[in-house]
Design a protein around this ligand. Structure first.
Ligand code: IMP
Length: 197
């Protein structure tokens, strides 16, 4: 049994990651189990750098195997923005969503392509590192739709379903999302490690 600490305070991410990592080989710990961990400044130049920073610092302080992800929404029309700054583009999800919609106000449907990117990093206290990166392609809706999920989910339209992540709900979202795909790769790595012990 591997104990893995999910190095994020984002409850939306915790819920998604827990669901995918649900396995008899894995015991999930969250930041709530470690109230005195330091705050990590996400000043890396790539998703991988930020994910590594979060996972390695938290692993150092907790002595646990840590899993962190760094993710973002890249919008073609905005030349890849908000990207690395996705969580800092405003002070609330609503503000961030409205900012995107305003910037894309008169932009035609075929020019609204976007993708979510997720880098996930598993860091062991002895310094071993496993890293994966995945993405999910879609486009930006004209107005928010759906009640589920978090962040930009209400405006991220998945073409295969013609629904937003927030309309699809987390079960279907997890099957196709950037984070879902990255976490399944991490689970495969964990299962291989557990099997070789
Ligand atoms: P960070 O990885 O903690 O730096 O935050 C990434 C930010 O990107 C989140 O706070 C959200 O605003 C956005 N984001 C990442 N993944 C998702 C997702 O699956 N749905 C909606 N927004 C997301």
């Amino acid at each position: 049994m591997l104990e893995i600490l999910i190095a994020t305070n984002n409850l939306g991410k915790v819920k998604e990651i827990k669901d995918i990592l649900d396995s008899p080989e894995i015991k999930i710990l969250t930041m709530k189990d470690f109230p005195h961990l330091p705050k990590i400044v996400e000043d890396g130049k790539t998703y991988q750098e930020n994910a590594f920073k979060k996972a390695s610092k938290i692993s150092e302080y907790s002595g646990k195997i840590c899993l962190a992800d760094d993710s973002g929404l890249e919008i073609d029309y905005l030349k890849g923005k908000p990207g690395l700054y996705s969580s800092r583009w405003g002070s609330s999800d609503e503000e961030r969503i409205n900012k995107v919609l305003k910037l894309l106000e008169n932009v035609l449907p075929n020019k609204r392509k976007a993708k979510f990117v997720c880098a996930a990093m598993l860091v062991f206290p002895d310094g071993k590192i496993y890293s994966v990166k995945e993405e999910c392609k879609g486009s930006i809706e004209f107005k928010p739709k759906g009640e589920h999920g978090f962040g930009y989910d209400p405006i991220f339209l998945v073409p295969e379903y013609n629904k937003t992540f927030a309309e699809l709900g987390y079960k279907i979202k997890n099957q196709i999302s950037h984070r879902g795909k990255a976490m399944r790769k991490i689970v495969n790595i964990i299962n291989e490690l557990a099997g070789s012990e």
